[in-house]
Design a protein around this ligand. Structure first.
Ligand SMILES: C[S@@+](CC[C@H](N)C(=O)[O-])C[C@H]1O[C@@H](n2cnc3c(N)ncnc32)[C@H](O)[C@@H]1O
Ligand SMILES: [Zn+2]
Length: 132
């Protein structure tokens, strides 16, 4: 796996940055977290949202991963509407992959494709009107 580092981000709080250049389509990291049934995520999501954070990642119709419990550095990857990564779900593993060549020092982003309340204004670029 390529070397990734967590640093302050202009998008929000901490973000994850490439410590080396990364080729298109390479797998970067898996989004780790406790596997939780979707029927049990509402309380967790509401609690996290009170702090302005989204940690629960929908895996499929039945399961989600809660990076607030047992997460890795992938939980700090920020959203962008013009991202340089995409996610691929294989069984219950969420792989973050490069959608183009990523240069050393670039911040990693993917499109969260959130399904929740859409209460957080996206700061990916001036004038972005997306609500996460
Ligand atoms: C998975 S965390 C990412 C790590 C976060 N930056 C931190 O330091 O904890 C997701 C949260 O980051 C923030 N975030 C991520 N991308 C953003 C963006 N493009 N614009 C505004 N906030 C963003 C939102 O608060 C979101 O709930
Ligand atoms: Zn945006």
């Amino acid at each position: 796996m390529p070397r990734l580092i967590r640093q302050r981000s202009s998008l929000h709080g901490f973000g994850v940055f490439a410590a080396e250049s990364i080729n298109k389509n390479r797998r970067l990291i898996d989004y780790a977290g406790e596997l939780v049934r979707n029927s049990e995520t509402a309380g967790r999501e509401a609690r996290y949202l009170e702090e302005g954070c989204i940690w629960v990642f929908r895996v499929n119709r039945a399961w989600s991963r809660d990076a607030g419990v047992g997460g890795n550095i992938a939980r700090f990857i920020n959203h962008s509407c013009t991202p340089n990564c995409w996610f691929e779900i294989v069984d219950k593993t969420i792989w973050i992959r490069a959608s183009r060549l990523i240069c050393r020092g670039e911040e990693l982003t993917y499109d969260y494709a959130t399904v929740g309340d859409h209460t957080i204004a996206c700061r990916c670029r001036p004038g972005c009107t997306t609500m996460l």
